[in-house]
Ligand binder design. Structure first.
Ligand SMILES: CC(C)(COP(=O)(O)OP(=O)(O)OC[C@H]1O[C@@H](n2cnc3c(N)ncnc32)[C@H](O)[C@@H]1OP(=O)(O)O)[C@@H](O)C(=O)NCCC(=O)NCCS
Length: 215
C-alpha cells in the first residue's frame, strides 16, 4: 500500500471536493453534533487560494483541513478537519493539523490561530500544539466567521447566548505570546468534564432556543 502524503492543496485536488463535503456531512450525522456545512465550491476556492491542506494515498482522499482568514489577518482559523473513516486512529489528524499549523505560521506569521470544536481529538491535538481554551470574546468578532455557524444545528444556542458561548470550546494560539509548542498542559479527564459541564449547562438553553424557534 502506498503511503499517505500531505500537501498544500491546489486545483489538481478539485476532484476530491465533493467527497470531502460528503465525508464531513456524514461524520457530523454519525456524531450527532453540530457542524458548519461546506459546499464543494467553497472547498475548491480554498484549494485555489492555497489555503487548504490535503492528505492523499495515491488517488484516494485521506484527510483535509483548511485555513480561513478573519479580521484583516488578525486571526486565522483552521477549520473543517476531516479524516476519512478508513484512515482514522493512525495519527493522521495530528499530522494534518501540525502541517496546517506550521504552514499557517509561515503564511500568516502575526495572526492568532483559533478554532472552535466539540471534538475531544481536536482539543487534544490543539493543546499539544500550544493552543489554550478561551471564551468566545477572545476570538474574532468578524460576523462572517460566526455566520458560518448558521448551518450548525446548535446555532439557536449561540444566538440565545449572544455569541458568548455555545457547545463548542474556543481554542487560541497566540504567536506573540510564544507559547511553548508541545507543552502538554491538559488533562484528558478535565477536557471531558469541561465538555460534559458545558453540555448539561446548555441543554436547558437548547430547549429554550427550540421553544423560541417554534414559537
Ligand atoms: C476527529 C478526527 C479528525 C480524528 O482523526 P484521526 O486521524 O483518527 O486522529 P488521530 O489518530 O490523529 O488522533 C489524535 C488524538 O486524538 C485521539 N482521538 C482520535 N479520535 C478520537 C475520538 N473520536 N475521541 C477522542 N479522542 C480521539 C487519539 O487517541 C489521539 O490522541 P493521543 O495523541 O493522545 O494518542 C476524525 O475522527 C474525524 O474526521 N472525525 C469526524 C470529523 C470531526 O469530528 N472533525 C473535527 C471537527 S471539530
Amino acid at each position: 500500500m502506498s503511503k499517505v502524503e500531505i500537501f498544500i492543496a491546489d486545483d489538481s485536488h478539485f476532484e476530491f471536493a465533493e467527497e470531502i463535503c460528503e465525508v464531513i456531512d456524514e461524520s457530523a450525522r454519525v456524531r450527532g453534533t453540530g457542524i458548519a456545512k461546506r459546499t464543494p465550491e467553497y472547498i475548491k476556492t480554498k484549494m485555489q487560494n492555497r489555503n487548504a491542506v490535503i492528505a492523499v494515498q495515491g488517488n484516494r482522499f485521506a484527510g483535509f483541513c483548511y485555513i480561513e482568514v478573519w479580521g484583516h489577518d488578525k486571526f486565522v482559523a483552521h477549520s473543517g478537519l476531516i479524516v476519512h473513516p478508513d484512515f482514522r486512529n493512525m495519527g493522521l489528524a495530528k499530522q494534518i493539523k501540525e502541517f496546517t499549523f506550521n504552514y499557517s505560521l509561515k503564511k500568516y506569521p502575526t495572526s492568532k490561530i483559533f478554532g472552535i470544536t466539540t471534538g475531544l481529538a481536536v482539543m487534544k491535538i490543539n493543546s499539544e500544539l500550544g493552543y489554550k481554551p478561551v471564551t468566545f470574546s477572545e476570538l474574532t468578532d468578524d460576523p462572517n466567521f460566526w455566520g458560518g455557524c448558521k448551518t450548525c444545528p446548535n446555532y439557536a444556542i449561540l444566538t440565545a447566548k449572544e455569541h458568548k458561548m455555545c457547545l463548542c470550546t474556543g481554542m487560541l494560539y497566540d504567536p506573540a505570546k510564544q507559547v511553548k509548542k508541545k507543552q502538554k498542559w491538559f488533562d484528558e479527564k478535565v477536557l471531558k468534564r469541561l465538555k460534559k459541564i458545558k453540555q448539561s449547562m446548555l441543554l436547558a438553553n437548547k430547549q429554550l432556543a427550540l421553544w423560541i424557534k417554534l414559537s
